[in-house]
Design a protein around this ligand. Sequence first.
Ligand code: PMP
Length: 399
Amino acid sequence: MSPVFVPSSNIALLRESATIAVSQRAKALKAAGRQVIDLGAGEPDFDTPAFIRDAATAALNAGATRYTATEGILPLREAIAAQARAMGPAGADVEALDVVVSNGSKQSIFNACTVLFGPGDEVLVPTPSWTSYYEIVQLARAEPVEVRGARERDLKVTRADLEAAATPKTRGLMLNSPCNPTGAVYTAAELRDLLDLAHERGWWVLSDEIYRRICYSGDAASALQVAAARDNLVVIDGVAKAYAMTGWRVGWTVAPRAVSKAMGAFQSHATFHTAAASQHGALEALRQSERSDAEIARMVAEYKARRDAALAIFATEPTLPLVRPDGAFYFYFDVSAAFPGDPDAGTSFAKRLLEDHGVAMVPGAAFRTPDWIRASYAAPQAEVVEGISRAVSLWRSLQ
Ligand code: PMP
């Protein structure tokens, strides 16, 4: 007898990743012969620097083909710890034992939420935020609480916003600067304010710093630089974005020792560890910091040139509300005026833009702000310019 598939209560609230769904629709249109400009994906369009690829190849040939320690190879954990110590006061005592290497920072967030939160817990999520935060918190059976940031502050939240949303059940706070989807960056003072509040209240903070080095006014502030202490802090980072290593799947946490131990135990039953060769590639990326810095500077300069070229197009429509991004590689703009009364204007706009004008962008519903739409500029400049031009023209035609 075949069982009838009924989704288990584990995934009762799960939604498909809208960002991945858009990419897949764009790919399907391309496969059908349509010319599509894909500004949907949140993935660097650069190749991983050659010296990193070479190191991983050499490691494979030298036998890095077997299981590693659950938490990652020791030299990589040590290199990550050294980077955390160099960051600033709160990181000063970080050791390899405080680091867990995972299959991308996405798994790091999953590990942290799983071991820190559970039924009855609320986790504050500054909104808009990356789509997976809400889902991962829910998979931990806790409740994500959306906290809106004001438009005049580029949708960033303040201490007062968090205080207003907090309840006795609040257990955690997600932070992400530079922010996906807005590209907004918290200043050191803004970040300190939020971290101070979390420390006063005894909330866990998950600081997702995956875009920290993709910032157009110098590296963005890290929680390790500005927090008074790190006893409530899980810093999440990885090589995916800054080093153009998305497919390698290497992310990590820097966390208090007991939390790291629990995450290691959890991971040992889930994925065990990320690929040995990938870990050796990441190790080279961190060890060869001068070469990496040069590569990152080159890529960030390229993103900045694309951002500036696109901003010049947005400037022709000053009434189109837009967050001016200072980091990551996204534009976030409000298209609600194009579809008055539509509760999901971002999706309506994205559909029109893709089906009629061949440009893929991600509707803001994915980030719990359905009036908005996200365009990635991790794509060649000519495509970014053409894609943004078509979006601005569509917006104009709908006024
Ligand atoms: N955090 C944010 C804010 C992201 O945008 C992404 C990727 N889109 C991730 C984490 C996951 O990155 P990784 O490839 O390291 O899992």
